[in-house]
Design a protein around this ligand. Sequence first.
Ligand SMILES: NC(=O)c1ccc[n+]([C@@H]2O[C@H](COP(=O)([O-])OP(=O)(O)OC[C@H]3O[C@@H](n4cnc5c(N)ncnc54)[C@H](OP(=O)(O)O)[C@@H]3O)[C@@H](O)[C@H]2O)c1
Length: 320
Amino acid sequence: MNGYTIAIVGAGLVGERLVSELRRREFPIQELRVLARSARTVEMAGEAFEVGVAEPDAFEGVDFAFFAGTEGEKGAAVQLASEAISRGAVVIDNGSDFRLDDEVPLIVPEVNEDALENHNGLIANANCSTTQMVVTLAPLAKAFGLRKVVVSTYQAVSGSGRGGVEALEDGRDDVYPKQIAGNAIPLIGSIGEDGLSTEERKMVLESRKILSLPGLEVHATTVRIPVHTGHAESIYVEVGRDVELAEVLEVFGSAPGIVFSGEADDFPTPLEAAGESGTFVGRIRVEGNVINYWCVSDNLLKGAATNAVQIAESLVKARV
Ligand SMILES: NC(=O)c1ccc[n+]([C@@H]2O[C@H](COP(=O)([O-])OP(=O)(O)OC[C@H]3O[C@@H](n4cnc5c(N)ncnc54)[C@H](OP(=O)(O)O)[C@@H]3O)[C@@H](O)[C@H]2O)c1
C-alpha cells in the first residue's frame, strides 16, 4: 500500500489547512488533487498545485474526498458529493449541508468515533464552534452527566473564509452586517423564526447529535469579533451532581483532545491557540453542580481540517 488518492475540494482557508494537516500528520498519500471552481496554479501550505475544476470525473480513482467549498444548493458538496461516492470515494464534508441528516454520521473522533460504523460514503465534519465545545462537554457528560449548557462565543473572522479576513484587514463591506474592525457582531448567519441565528442553531442541534443527547438543553449566543483566527467560548454547564473543582481539573486533565495546563485560573487565548490542533480550556470555576470555563481552539484546524483528517485516520484504522 503506497498510500491513498486524496481530493481536496476548495482552495480556500480550510483547503490550505487540509494540505498542511495531511502533511503534518503524515497521512499516507499517493496522490493529492486540489479542485476548485476554476483551474489555475496555486501555492497552498508551501506546495504548488495545479488546481483542477471540480467536476464529476475529477473524482475518478479518489479514495478520500475532503470537501471545503461553499454550501447550499449550488455548493460543491450538494452538487458533487454523490458523484465522488459513486466513483468509490469516501466523502468528508466540512460544510453544513448534510450534518443533521439521519443517514450521515456527524463526527468528532474524541467524542463519537463509534458512529462512523455503517456510514454510506458520506461523513460530516461538525461546525467549528460546536466541535471545540463538544470536545470539552463529552468528558463532563461521562463523569457527571449533563443537565444544561449555556454558551457565548467570540468567533474569529477566518471562520467566514477568505472573505472574513478581507473584511477585517481590507474593510471589505459585503461579508458582515456591520463593520467588524473594532466591533463585536452578535449575529452569525441569518436569524430564523425562533430568533436563533444559523450558527446558534448549529451549536444546539449538532451538539445533541454528536453527544447522543437529543434532549440536552443548550442555549447559545454567537458573536463575531475582530480576531483573525481562534474561536473562544464562555461555557456554563449544569451537571448531574455537585462537584469539586479538583474533580473537574482531573477530568479536563485526562480527556482526549483537551490541552489544559492543570491550573484552574490559567487562560488560553486565540493568539496562542492559532496554529495548534488541540482544544484549550482555562478559567475553570465550580459552584455546586455548575461548572464555568473558557475554551479556545483554532477554527481552521480542530474546527475544520484537523478534525476532518482525524476522521480519515479513524476510517483507515478501522479498515486494518
Ligand atoms: N473557515 C472555517 O473556520 C471553517 C470551519 C469549519 C467549516 N468550514 C466550512 O468549510 C468550507 C470552506 O470554508 P473556507 O473557510 O475554506 O472558505 P473560503 O476561504 O471562502 O474558500 C472556499 C473555496 O471553495 C471553493 N469553492 C466554492 N464553491 C465551489 C464549488 N461549487 N466547487 C468547487 N469549489 C468551490 C472556492 O473556489 P475558487 O477559489 O475557485 O473560487 C474556494 O477556493 C465552508 O463550507 C465552510 O462553511 C469553515
